[in-house]
Unconditional design. Structure first.
Length: 196
């Protein structure tokens, strides 16, 4: 089942197949590449404004998102990250990335830092497709352990990650502060050495 068109989407977008592009494929498509940062900012800002747990309390600025994505894309070219973008037709509906840890003793491992799906596309397999592609990229890059953390009330994401083989390895109670509210910070990992 495909999501209904959202603001700016066309009827063709609603019936198009989901495509998950790697950063190299995205860069090879000038039209998509030119619109990527602005489209990603729209998704991230809408999600954060709705209370999503993406690391921001206020929606990020266009410059902040553009700089972040440029940094991740540069790291991806050096095999230190993977950046994926999900499209329905020509419309960006999700993005995600992992980055290798900077410490020399942690370099064999990476952290899935962001996974964001347009609210209008939730429940249609976008998050699963993005996460599966990022896991495959990590395996191909020789990552040994892929980690992530999520806010404890993000039960949908935590369930998705468990269904893809991640397991919880720790929890910090009431660690995430959003105004006066507190949430657990949940740590999950996927040991890719066991899959080889």
């Amino acid at each position: 089942m495909n999501p209904a068109p959202t603001s700016g989407a066309t009827a063709d977008d609603a019936t198009a197949d989901l495509v998950v592009l790697h950063a190299r494929q995205l860069a090879a498509d000038p039209e998509r590449a030119a619109a990527f940062a602005a489209s990603a900012r729209r998704i991230l800002a809408d999600l954060v404004a709705g209370g999503a747990a993406l690391g921001w309390v206020e929606p990020p600025s266009q410059n902040e998102v553009a700089e972040l994505l440029a940094r991740v894309a540069s790291e991806a070219r050096a095999s230190d990250a993977s950046l994926r973008a999900a499209y329905l037709g020509r419309r960006l509906v999700g993005l995600g990335y992992w980055r290798r840890y900077a410490r020399p003793t942690h370099r064999p491992h990476a952290d899935l830092e962001k996974l964001a799906v347009d609210s209008a596309a939730k429940g249609h397999g976008v998050g699963r497709a993005l996460t599966a592609a990022l896991i495959a990229d990590a395996e191909e890059a020789g990552v040994e352990v892929l980690t992530l953390d999520a806010r404890g009330d993000n039960t949908g994401a935590l369930s998705l990650y468990r269904s893809l083989g991640f397991s919880e390895y720790g929890r910090l109670p009431d660690f995430v502060a959003v105004g006066g509210r507190r949430y657990d910070k949940v740590f999950q990992m996927l040991d890719l050495r066991r899959r080889r």
